[in-house]
Design a binder for this molecule. Sequence first.
Ligand SMILES: Cc1cc2nc3c(=O)[nH]c(=O)nc-3n(C[C@H](O)[C@H](O)[C@H](O)COP(=O)(O)OP(=O)(O)OC[C@H]3O[C@@H](n4cnc5c(N)ncnc54)[C@H](O)[C@@H]3O)c2cc1C
Ligand code: FES
Ligand code: FES
Length: 1263
Amino acid sequence: MLCASRSDELVFFVNGRKVIERNVDPEGTLLTFLRKNLRLTGTKYACGRGGCGACTVMVSKHDSVSKKIRHFSVTACLMPICSLYGSAVTTVEGVGSIKTRLHPVQERIAKSHGTQCGFCTPGMVMSMYTLLRNHPQPSEEQLMEALGGNLCRCTGYRPIFESGRTFCMEANSCQQKGTGKCCLDWGENDSSPLGKKNEICTKLFAKEEFQPLDPTQELIFPPELLRMAENPEKQMLTFYGERVTWISPGTLKDLLELKAKHPKAPLVLGNTSLGPGMKSQGHFHPVLLSPARISELSMVTKTSDGLTIGAGCSLAQMQVILAERISELPEEKTQTYRALLKHLRSLAGQQIRNMASLGGHVMSRHCYSDLSPILAVGNSTLNLISAEGTRQIPLNEHFLAGLASADIEPEEILESVHIPHSQKWEFVSAFRQAQCQQNALPHVNAGMRVLFKGGTDSIEDLHIAYGGVGPATISAHRSCQQLLGRRWNELMLDEACRLLLDEVSLPGSAPGGRVEFKRTLVVSFLFKFYLEVLQELKKLDRRYSEISERFLSALEDFPVTIPQGVQTYQSVDPHQPLQDPVGRPIMHLSGLKHATGEAIFCDDIPMVDKELFMALMTSSRAHAKIRSIDVSKALELPGVIDVITAEDIPGINGAENDKLLAVDEVICVGQIICAVVAETDVQAKRATEKIKITYEDLEPVILTIKDAINHNSFLCPEKKLEQGNVEEAFEKVDQIVEGEVHVGGQEHFYMETQRVLVIPKTEDKELDIYVSTQDPAHVQVGFMNNRRIKALDIECFINGGCTLDDSELVTEFLILKLENAYKIRNLRFQGCACMTNLPSNTAFRGFGFPQGALVTESCITAVAAKCGLPPEKIREKNMYKAVDKTIYNQAFNPETLIRCWNECLDKSSFHSRRMQAEEFNKKNYWKKKGIAIIPMKFSVGFAATSYHQAAALVHIYTDGSVLVTHGGSELGQGIHTKMLQVASRELKIPMSYIHICETSTATVPNTIATAASIGADVNGRAVQDACQILLKRLEPIIKKHPEGTWEDWVEAAFEQRISLSATGYFRGYKAFMDWEKGVGDPFPYYVYGAACSEVEIDCLTGAHKKIRTDIIMDACCSLNPAIDIGQIEGSFIQGMGLYTTEELKYSPEGVLYSRSPDEYKIPTITDVPEEFNVSLMPSSYTPLTIYSSKGLGESGMFLGSSVFFAIADAVATVRRERGIAEDFMVQSPATPEWVRMACADRFTEMIPRDDPKTFKPWSIPIA
Ligand SMILES: Cc1cc2nc3c(=O)[nH]c(=O)nc-3n(C[C@H](O)[C@H](O)[C@H](O)COP(=O)(O)OP(=O)(O)OC[C@H]3O[C@@H](n4cnc5c(N)ncnc54)[C@H](O)[C@@H]3O)c2cc1C
Ligand code: FES
Ligand code: FES
């Protein structure tokens, strides 16, 4: 560390106000500064490493090169606070407020129903706001690009995009492009009339009411900063922290001298590589050099032979520079630029591209770098500079591998990168495959360049480089050399594949796993390049061989598409009073507060006096004896108050089999052993690193379901249901199929930070607690040749982890719900929860139904494949047809289920699209379409009456206002909004009179978990009850003065000493299940639905495109169609994630790798189906529930499987065409890896395969 003297002043602006910080800590980020120092908690803290966008803010800077103000979005969690010198920061609070003036972006995202939990909303607002500052009328493509780095776990993105679209130039265009018919006009195009025309609505918000965007109202760039930028001070700025010193030189000369003096000090540009390293990998740099004020690093020079881009240019600026050069030069010269631009579009999200620099990218030399392979094959050179002078080195494999002979010296810095033009007869391409299209690190990428001897197809120069297949970008130099002089034909291709697989060898144990997939991509990319070049050669000279029409589809990558769609619901009765909000698409009660950042989440609660922080120390072993815990070093650290172990707990340390803090033994990696309490969160965290725990490993270590079965390791007794005579039926059937279905686990991936704040009261030991709460299956199916399934025998095992938690309940629900929509006379369902040495698994949306029903639907698909029929035929044949008994003997009427199925077939034009897909598949070999329609019978509620009870407390105040409290938790699902709608209808007063009091056990005790889709239902009944009691008390007064106002009646009641407070209670729906007998009435009612999805897959990469999804859901009389459609869309996208991209990866030692948005991919905005239609089916009633509505919180999740089955359908087509046997082994999620490897071809055949016994894999499948 440098000798500490006085720090310079850090000057910047936040929301128009000047900030002067005299003691800034260089280790701090903008996010912590905003949240802790300025108390601006609208900017949220979620992943903390640039991957989710919740912390997005806008930074404005004067660009010293263009002399313009640049506004760009950044992730505040990676933005070093010291880097902001001379910048203006705008946060969501600076954009607008409900107290003063709402910004149109904030108003529109809330009113378009783009918020649910609201945690992602400020980040979304800031991404859109920044876009509008730069483009007041953006294109839809620009909007997609701006939102690509923001994750949302609730909404499914459609309504967020819709709100942004209202600013777009194309906003008024019809959503059903090119059909000549407006999608809002239901009529002849709509083959299935949903009822009378005027009963159907498609508008969820009134665009006409939105205030217009007025760019003149925005905050201006502070004149003081402008003056500072125009007369830049050249003096060095130094900020001293406790451990780190930040130096920002004003001139290049100073920078070079500093670099010579501190050769080990890194240069901080975007901090998107350094930052995560310091945060998560413990990298520490006592001195940081910031070249932010050195304009020489941002220079761009266009020369006759190429383009030189300053190392300090951001990747977003690089995109603009390349696009400009591409438009200026002939195509033959810009091959490398086009390839770079293609990868820049999908590299990270917009915020990261705005922050990350070209220099930082190249110098980080990440093995997955999307640009290095292209820069390397494009013969780029690095211009280096030091106090000694300048020199050039090639950006080649030696540099990328960090060989000392080809590397930059410690005192040198990278000034710029020179990228030469390409030439005629030269072709450059880039390839990339990631878990999903946007905001995902690539599994494998590649840059390829070939130069032919002019006028021939003879290879003069060839360069191929890969990323993701080794510790650095790898250049296939040897293979390329051997291919020089060869002609561009099939023979060359075969030879090249062989050479490449030999040179780019990847061991079976390679970090990151997916080894065979990566090997396959190495040759698949080459094949794509081969075809691309062949096509280009053909354009230059007609003599070269033609590519068969069927093969052409290999060439196109799936473009990012703009989601379109229609949401339909039944309008309210025209006679319903205007003030009655039930059935209307009312905005989420907290929507505006979410959009302005004024909603207070647990993590936003201001610090209390003497607040202490707790950090947890967890086990690094899956199964071990704790030999010793040494906390002495931790206790010596400043600020540390205590370390708490199990011995310090005065009462009960959790349950016998589920201890709060481990005692003597640990049973999974991540189990809590002890906790450090300190004055700050940083001190507490650092102290955990000083605790020494010694372990003695114990046997057995059980991680997988297979291990658990072998060791007879289960968490609870088996659950079983049986109907008919399965054994006898299997003897009589014509055919039997047997197989396995493996369904991976899913991370909840809450965007909201998990935090608990406990405030002890001085009296009576009271505590105020603020808390943010809330498989394989062995299968046998026997069926007749007439497609009727006679018997189904399913044995399910779930990996419950190390403790019971909800696993028994999940197993029960799984078994109860397995039959889904089908009536199969002879059934046997068995379920076991396996006990393993993994962190305990718990319930997710749908409680096992999305996993179990996938098994059932897979059986249907397997029977279809065996019969050679499309799966929908088997589904139809075996679906419930008439009133019948479920497996647990409950009477069931399938009428609405069948209606949903038929509506979905109609609305999606299923049959004609199935035929079109078949036609497409005949014409295309490398791309295939798949289509699937899935029915759903989803049981709502718990199998016990006591779990359906609910209470509410309603107060009427003398000014007429009403306060409602109920027992449901607002998780973003809109329960509070619905409760106000109920109170408004019951009390016959407008919603504006009614307020909600946050859920608290002090007002409504003994609340039941808000789960099983029943929350609004039961709490609504309790609110209704309370309101009816109150109204009954007011009735005599109202009768006496019918002309009076609500306020008059309330006042009169008070005068007459009538209580204006009432408790409402709902005793619950009758529900029970007798597991001994296997019969019951476990669920109060069902939600029915159907979804049809169509996809297209790329057989060479495993990527897929979602073409269209149509959902029909029976919501009966929706309490709030906007909220219900939001729940359906959000859960559908979540389900789609479960079945396609979300993959938990565990090491062979039981360590979970997939712990951040880098490694665990939930859907992004680009994953929304290109056409996404949702219809609430009208004219259905259920007398049981409040106003005949239905709970829709979870059911949509399973409908996401329609995308899975559409992918499986496309894969099955490939396998049939290639004569590959249909074995019944289903794997979810259908990741690109699974799709690619299932589409076996000559490339999958040529890759080397490892004997599993010869290596230790990087990860193991636990299900
Ligand atoms: C959420 C997220 C998603 C991402 N997704 C992708 C992706 O899809 N594909 C991909 O390829 N990459 C991806 N990245 C990586 C990203 O491209 C790099 O982190 C980024 O380019 C590094 O640039 P930086 O300016 O932030 O570097 P910094 O973190 O500021 O610096 C990185 C290193 O470069 C050195 N350095 C910087 N400039 C110079 C210079 N001029 N001379 C000498 N040394 C220098 C520094 O000393 C430091 O060691 C992602 C990163 C994040 C955080
Ligand atoms: S919290 Fe900053 S990107 Fe996730
Ligand atoms: S509303 Fe987006 S994460 Fe909840």
